[in-house]
Design a binder for this molecule. Structure first.
Ligand code: SAH
Length: 369
């Protein structure tokens, strides 16, 4: 898989003009190429509204009203990387924390047993102090105490660590490729490489992890063709879940003076993704909710079909400052959970808390239990 994505990314056709309807037809007929996608991503006003309405209809037809509410538990903000966009980069002056193993287990089990979550993403910076044994103990102990679907979002760690984690019961990984533009990737993520990240993703897929991946929208230096190529790269990876979010500048980073991503572009991206990946799980990521007051609602109306609730214990959540003002990070976790569930219902959707089989695409069963 990595090979085909890498070869594909080396070809860069130049964009030309196309009208909106032609672009839509191309995408709906699965003639997927950069040109129509660029055209749809640039839709504004009535065109953007039409694109998003169509994506909402596709979502309804393909996966119905069921909308999952997942949890994210950020257990450490130590990171060995120095990504220019990220507020917890190694050289950032943020207050650091590490949750002890027992506290991670206790909190995750509480979220499952008391709040009703089924799927939890355990996320951190690339923090090597959690070795394979510790992470496996965490996974095993959570799963011993409750029935849950664990996703790990811990970055580029050894293949052998991921193998052990799988054996310990981890079901999936949340591992974005961030941007498929090689030059941009290497500029924004010093000392890392796109090929290595894609190879990792490919390895994780071969290991039969459920894959949640995607990219950031509106990164400084990312033009529309690059964004269209991100979308096309996803098609080759065929993930179970697509995780994308708008870039938000962090004052703790060298990109602090750059503009955040505009709402129309973010929503157009979700809509195009839904038209292409009709049955995928596409969550409204926290960055949407943080950046746009109506982000949650608008994303759910543009093709999204799940919410991610931040359940990091509140004494730590302000320090997981990948970008400022993260939505809900100061609200009481029980309240935030209740509000997410109520919100889903208020939009006429039904709440699914996310069983593993829901995440396998191409199942004939409805997306929700
Ligand atoms: N260490 C893990 C998790 C990274 S943090 C890994 O490497 O996969 C989770 C995600 O936050 C990142 O994958 C990135 O896409 C997103 N992120 C980081 N900084 C951001 C910013 N300034 N604006 C929007 N999203 C950001």
């Amino acid at each position: 898989m990595a090979e085909s994505v890498i070869t594909y990314l080396k070809q860069k056709p130049s964009p030309t003009s196309m009208n909106f309807q032609q672009a839509l037809d191309e995408v709906l007929q699965r003639n997927l190429s950069q040109e129509p996608i660029v055209r749809l991503l640039g839709a504004e006003g009535k065109e953007s509204a039409a694109l998003r309405r169509l994506a909402d209809e596709e979502r309804e037809k393909a996966v119905g009203k069921s909308t999952c509410v997942h949890a994210v538990l950020e257990f450490s903000n130590f990171c060995r990387n120095d990504c220019l966009y990220c507020g917890i980069r190694r050289s950032s002056q943020v207050k650091r924390y590490r949750m002890p193993k027992e506290e991670i287990v206790q909190h995750a089990v509480w979220a499952v047993k008391e709040l009703g979550y089924r799927m939890i993403v355990l996320q951190s910076g690339e923090d090597l102090s959690y070795d394979a044994e510790t992470l496996c103990d965490i996974a095993r102990e959570i799963l011993r105490q409750c029935r849950a679907i664990l996703f790990f979002s811990i970055g580029q760690r050894d293949f052998s660590l991921y193998e052990s984690l799988k054996k310990a019961g981890a079901a999936g990984v949340l591992y974005r490729f961030e941007t498929s533009d090689r030059a941009l990737f290497e500029r924004l993520r010093p000392a890392t490489s796109l090929d290595a990240r894609l190879e990792h993703l490919s390895f994780l897929k071969r290991m039969r992890y459920l894959i949640a991946t995607g990219f950031m929208i509106g990164l400084p230096g990312q033009d529309m063709p690059a964004l269209a190529r991100d979308i096309l790269a996803l098609g080759k990876i065929a993930p179970e879940m697509i995780s994308v979010g708008p870039f938000i500048p962090s004052p703790l980073t060298p990109l602090s003076k750059h503009k955040p991503c505009g709402m129309t572009l973010s929503l157009n991206t979700i809509a195009v993704l839904r038209l292409i990946h009709t049955r995928s799980r596409i969550p409204v990521t926290t960055a949407f909710e943080t950046l746009y007051p109506q982000g949650r609602r608008e994303a759910l109306l543009s093709g999204s079909n799940s919410l991610m609730v931040n359940i990091t214990p509140r004494q730590y959540s302000a320090s997981y400052a990948i970008y400022p003002g993260r939505f809900g990070s100061e609200e009481e976790i029980e309240k935030l959970t209740r509000e997410a569930v109520e919100f889903v219902k208020s939009m006429g959707r039904s709440v699914c808390r996310g069983y593993a089989r829901d995440l396998r695409p191409n199942l004939s069963a409805p997306a929700c239990a």
